[in-house]
Design a protein around this ligand. Sequence first.
Ligand code: SF4
Length: 348
Amino acid sequence: MNRFADELLRWFDHHGRKDLPWQHPRDAYRVWLSEIMLQQTQVVTVIGYFQRFVERLPTLRDLAAADEDTVLALWSGLGYYRRARFLHAAAKLCIERHGGELPRELDALMALPGIGRSTAGAILAQAHGLRFPILDGNVKRVLARYHGVAGFPGESAIEKRLWVHADEHTPAVRTADYTQAIMDLGATVCVRSKPACLLCPQAASCVAHRDGLTAVLPTVKPGKKIPTRAVAMLLLRDRQGRVLLERRGPTGVWSGLWSLPEAPDADAAPTAAARLARVRSIDALPAFTHVFSHYRLDVSPILFDHAAPLARVAEGTERRWCAPADLAALGLPAPVRSLLDNLPEITP
Ligand code: SF4
C-alpha cells in the first residue's frame, strides 16, 4: 500500500467516524443518499435528514415509487432541491434500466441524474469495496494542500491534476475505509480555516504545512459579485388560518416546491393579492434576505388576513389553501416554512 494511504488508514482506525447512520448497513442506496445529502451540507445537519428519509423510504424501490411531494417534503430544509429531484429521477431510471438496483459500473452510475464521478466513486468504493477514487470538496482541499497545488480547484486543469493524485493514493485494499478516512480528514482535521496540522497523519510530507501555505491553499474562486433581486411574498390567510400556496414551475429556484404567491414589490402586492382572493387587512411583516449560490433575494412578506377565496381561482395540483397542520407534509423552501411557522396570530 502507498504511504499516504497507509498513514491515513492508521489514523482512521483510531480517529475516523465509524458510527454514521449510512455506514450501518453500508449498502449502495444508503451510501448514494448520504453522498447526495452531503454535497453542500455538513454531516451533523445531514444525519437527522438521512434517518428520516430512510425510515420513510428505506429502499431504492420505495424512493422510485414515492410521489414527488413526499420526496421534497423529506428534503425540505436541506436546500439545493435539484439534488432531491435528481435522486428521485435516478431511482426511477434504476427500476427501468438496472432491475431496481444501482449499477456497479462507473459509466452507468455517471449516466444517472445527479451522479458525478466523485459520487459514483464513493458508491463503488464504499458499498462494494471497488478501487475507485473520490474527489469531493474535502478531498480537493486535502490534496491541494498536501501536494501544494495552486489554482482554483473548480478549474478543469487543476481538477484534472487533483484527480491524478486522488487516483494514485487510493489503495486496492480497504478502499471503503480509505474513502471514509480521506473525507473525515478533510472534515475534521484539514478543515477550511486553521487546519489542525499537528494532529494530521500527513504532516511530515505535506507541502502546504512545510511551506506555510495552509491559509492560501486551496486557491479561492476568483472574486465574483452576486446580484440582488427583490420580491414581495403574499401571505393570503383566511379566517380558519389556511394560507394560499402555489406550486412553483419546473425550472428556476425552488422548482416544484410549494411556495407563496409573489408580486414584484410591496407596492404591487395589493393588486396581485386581489386577483387571488378578496382581501381586507394588509400588514407588512419584517423583510429578510435569502442568499442563493448565484444571487441574493430581498423578500418583503405582506400578510393579508381575513382573505376569502374567489370562486374563479380554482384549487388543484398547482394551487391550494393549506391549513397549518398540513404544511409538514409539503415540500416548502426553508425560508417560506420559517415564515409560515412564525406568523402572528390572526387579527380578530
Ligand atoms: S498537514 Fe495540515 S494542511 Fe497538510 S493535509 Fe494535514 S491538516 Fe492538511
